[in-house]
Ligand binder design. Structure first.
Ligand SMILES: Nc1ncnc2c1ncn2[C@@H]1O[C@H](COP(=O)(O)OP(=O)(O)OP(=O)(O)O)[C@@H](O)[C@H]1O
Length: 439
């Protein structure tokens, strides 16, 4: 998610509290979207000129006031129509890193689980491109602060070297952009954009594994940047050697710099994170309630933030005083939320199709070519594993195939996963893509 979305939601909430009516909010702000937050400005986009002019003439002071309340500093508000945004910044947007002032080193709580990655990130931020630290490869599970560190590097380098061209891009966006560039004959432009970066930051590089033309492009981009001594930083959900479908040449290069992992936070770090976040949000929790959260929310920092947000919401919106019951309820809701949301068959099919570059109608249809059969079997296997659909219901999703076909498909995949590590990796990747739609 764009981190600016979160801020925009808070701005709207604050404007509501300051007396803007629900109708006003609905009419002017429901379709306005957050674009970016940088050191000195907050940009939103509107669907048309009319909404833009109304917001500009009537509501900018209110938005500014809400931002000031959130950040205790003056931020300029920029309102663009979606069209303007497209025209002016299709290229620029990625070059300007999507700065959120929350993701800085100062706001990163350091503990034994993330100290190494933190120190490595600081080192490359202080002296970008230094030998032995290039590329920096930060890896770990979801919600542990990889993106946070990547932005913190961008902020620091930008502050020290305002003239540097810092490129931030997600692995899958890189792929999509490349495909579009090839289609529209803009290869050269695409190349220049990335190969001329002074600092190249790629989030979720695992998404480029197994994609031939993307890896080829990445290989040349990497070499150009590396030879020029420009800093490269990757984040990934696993270490380079576990990216089984990654081109060998890239794997070697990713490993040659500094790999740094982040692990789930231990108890002390969780306590420190909870305390810091609570204080920042003006939530005064006694020690035993901090402990209660730290004991129960263990998997990642995103969940810790979610729990604190819930406690805040109970306090602010429902007037609840924060006591043990409020905290227990927030913790329970946090778990419930996770387990309540099951992926749908549509989403699973969509992700499998994206992965194999197949149209959903073809996957659901009768085609029997090898690739399609494999993709279809994986989709059936994933639906069985990740939803509550029965075998017959799964068959219905695929042109009414009967349940014995579904069982056969699932078994095939179960067998391949055991014997073929590349297939296992594909299933793992698709699972991660599906899960990321629900985060
Ligand atoms: N050590 C930390 N101190 C303070 N905040 C943290 C820390 N680690 C993570 N966070 C916060 O937790 C949230 C999730 O972190 P982030 O988005 O960086 O995770 P991630 O590892 O990139 O996850 P994903 O792989 O899902 O993108 C962010 O709001 C981030 O600021």
């Amino acid at each position: 998610m764009n981190p600016a979305d979160d801020i925009w939601a808070k701005v709207i909430e604050l404007m509501k509290q300051q007396g803007l009516s629900p109708t006003t909010i609905k009419t002017w702000f429901d379709d306005a979207k957050a674009v970016s937050l940088t050191e000195d400005s907050f940009t939103i986009s509107t669907p048309n000129d009319y909404t833009q002019s109304v917001i500009k003439s009537l509501y900018i002071p209110k938005i500014e006031a809400a931002l000031k309340e959130l950040f205790s500093m003056d931020l300029k508000v920029v309102v663009l129509t979606e069209k303007e945004l497209e025209n002016t910044s299709a290229a620029k947007q990625d070059i300007l890193f999507p700065g959120t002032s929350d993701y800085t080193f100062e706001r990163f709580v350091v503990g034994s689980s993330n100290r190494y990655a933190y120190s490595a990130a600081r080192a490359v931020a202080d002296i970008p491109g230094r030998a032995g630290y290039n590329p920096l490869f930060i890896y770990g599970e979801s919600g542990l602060g990889k993106t946070h560190l990547l932005y913190a590097i961008a902020h620091t380098i930008h502050a020290n070297h305002p003239d540097y061209k810092i490129v931030y891009i997600k692995g899958d966006t890189f792929t999509n952009e490349l495909v579009a560039a090839i289609r529209e004959g803009r290869n050269q432009q695409f190349r220049e954009k990335y190969r001329e970066a002074d600092v190249f930051l790629m989030d979720d590089v695992q998404f480029i594994a197994g994609r031939e033309s993307t890896q080829e492009e990445m290989f040349h981009t990497f070499n150009t940047l590396y030879e020029a001594g420009h800093q490269i930083v990757f984040t990934s959900d696993r270490p380079p050697k576990e990216l089984l479908r990654l081109d060998q040449r890239l794997q070697t290069r990713f490993e040659q710099g500094l790999p740094a992992d982040i692990k789930p936070p231990d108890y002390e770090t969780r306590m420190a994170i909870i305390k810091t976040k609570a204080v920042r949000m003006g939530l005064d929790l006694p020690e035993f309630l901090l402990q209660l959260i730290a004991e129960n929310i263990t998997a990642n920092v995103r969940q810790i933030e979610g729990t604190i947000n819930k406690i805040m919401a109970y306090r602010d919106l429902m007037g609840a005083t924060v006591d043990k019951d409020t905290v227990v309820r927030a913790v329970k809701d946090m778990f419930k939320e996770k387990s309540d949301i099951l992926p749908t068959a549509d989403v699973i099919i969509d992700e499998v199709c994206k992965f194999y570059n197949i149209e959903p109608t073809i996957l659901r249809g009768q085609g029997r070519s090898k690739d399609i059969v494999l993709a279809r079997q994986i989709a059936m296997y994933q639906i069985r594993r990740m939803t509550n659909l029965s075998l017959d219901e799964i068959g219905q999703e695929f042109s009414g195939r009967d349940h014995s076909t579904v069982i056969h498909s699932i078994r095939q995949i179960e067998e391949s996963i055991k014997s073929d590590s590349e297939k296992a990796e594909i299933v793992k990747d698709i699972t991660a893509n599906i899960n990321s739609r629900y985060e």
